[in-house]
Design a protein around this ligand. Structure first.
Ligand SMILES: Cc1cc2nc3c(=O)[nH]c(=O)nc-3n(C[C@H](O)[C@H](O)[C@H](O)COP(=O)(O)OP(=O)(O)OC[C@H]3O[C@@H](n4cnc5c(N)ncnc54)[C@H](O)[C@@H]3O)c2cc1C
Length: 392
């Protein structure tokens, strides 16, 4: 892969809206991605392996629990800093951002928000430092967009819970030490349970043959009469709203992350268009190529504004789930379209691993599907504006 020459587009001077802390956090993440991710990520994506050696670096830039209070090992940052970290990591690779998102929003967040003090003390510092990696088990083989139909269940056996079922498409599963698992009790109510690697009957087979998020490990979670200690139940929230609360936080991070992937594709295509000569001119001088580039920067700028505003609302605890859903859908769709157009600007070179665009393009096929598919997010906006439920 070529040297990382990335220069971030900021067409509407959005930096003026950021505090010094935001810029410091963002620049540290950007430098780290250039130094530690860009040089190796193509190789790891090609061999379909997560680069486990970057875990410590992710922890150091605050990617594990950016907004979790410092008393639990988190970085204690605001929502805009959290978003900027996700943007920079996904500028490197969506798979790496996925690992950070899962750790922060889907594992640390529920333990922080729905757990008790002992659970926070036991798990959060180790997750924040990267000593432990976590995963989040919601999706099942027959229940993806409709997690309320889940069949994974637990029974109260007096001194422990007995957990049975299976989860599918679980990021980080093959090497996670800790899994936050959503399962129904005997009354059919959804609860979160913390399951640890090594518990008898708990296995995590890896999912192979992915053409997308190849540098992120994905697997199943299988529970065959797993005895889960009673103290591992998250006591402070139950029902579908509990996992959905985690998804709000993760989807918000994805909205920022997708901008990172789009910025990288745009920046690569812009540079290439000025260097590549055809018919005696740089291809960037042809109107058709300029149209593509002009539309890309317009869409990136719109997404940046949308997401910054969402960050302000999140900081004030005013962002609704539907607003987050809109940003996730819009930004991932924007990024996937930009990746496709950028790839065309690079012609044949665009399909190679010399450049990052094809990898982003393939990664974004997962990002547009997980954490609520594009269509599901359209229905969420539809429900929000009409009051009419198209899910049922
Ligand atoms: C790489 C990867 C990593 C993932 N990581 C995790 C993870 O860490 N943890 C986790 O729990 N899950 C994870 N997922 C699962 C992901 O969230 C699901 O794939 C997603 O929710 C969609 O579920 P599904 O694949 O079963 O598709 P389905 O729900 O079967 O949907 C198939 C199609 O039908 C459409 N559809 C479904 N219902 C409706 C409807 N009511 N109206 C209109 N259209 C509809 C969908 O939009 C989609 O286009 C991951 C997935 C991938 C690919």
């Amino acid at each position: 892969m070529r040297p990382d020459l990335f220069e971030a587009p900021d067409y509407y001077n959005l930096d003026e809206l950021l505090t010094d802390e935001h810029k410091l956090v963002r620049d540290a993440a950007r430098e780290w991605v250039k130094r530690e991710v860009s040089p190796i990520i193509e190789e790891y994506a090609q061999k379909a392996e997560f680069p486990i050696q970057i875990i410590n670096g992710l922890a150091e830039i605050g990617a594990f629990g950016p907004y979790i209070p410092m008393e639990y090992g988190g970085a204690g940052l605001d929502q805009i800093s959290y978003g900027l970290i996700m943007q920079e990591i996904e500028r490197g690779d969506s798979g790496v951002r996925s690992t950070a998102s899962v750790q922060s929003s889907l594992v640390m967040y529920p333990i922080w928000k729905y757990g008790n003090e002992e659970q926070r003390q036991k798990y959060l510092p180790k997750l924040a430092s990267g000593e432990w990696i976590g995963c989040f088990g919601l999706t099942e083989p027959d229940h993806g967009s409709n997690p309320s139909g889940m069949v994974t269940n637990f029974k109260d056996m007096g001194d422990h819970y007995l957990l049975n079922g299976a989860k599918m498409w679980i990021s980080n599963a093959p090497f996670a030490q800790v899994a936050v698992v959503w399962a129904k009790n005997e009354e059919g109510r959804i609860h979160g349970l913390i399951v640890e690697r090594g518990m008898e009957g708990f296995t995590t087979p890896e999912t192979h043959n992915k053409w997308s998020l190849r540098a992120s490990a994905t697997g199943e979670l299988i529970f065959d009469n797993v005895k889960v200690p009673k103290e591992n139940l998250l006591p402070n929230k139950s029902g579908l709203g509990a996992p959905l609360g985690c998804l709000d936080s993760a989807r918000y991070g994805i909205a920022w992350g997708a901008i990172g992937a789009a910025m990288d594709c745009y920046d690569t295509a812009l540079r290439y268009s000025k260097e590549r000569m055809q018919f005696g001119k740089p291809i960037g001088q042809f109107q058709l190529q300029q149209k593509k580039l002009a539309e890309m920067i317009t869409e990136i700028t719109k997404a940046q504004l949308l997401t910054w505003r969402l960050g302000v609302l999140r900081n004030d605890s005013k962002a609704t789930s539907a607003q987050i859903s809109m940003a996730k859908r819009n930004n991932v769709d924007m990024a996937i379209n930009i990746a496709r157009e950028a790839r065309q600007i690079l012609g044949g070179m665009g399909i190679t691993g010399e450049y990052s665009i094809m990898r982003h393009s393939m990664n974004l096929e997962s990002v547009i599907t997980y954490e609520g598919t594009h269509d599901i997010h359209l229905l969420i906006t539809g429900l929000d504006i009409t009051g009419l439920n198209a899910f049922k």
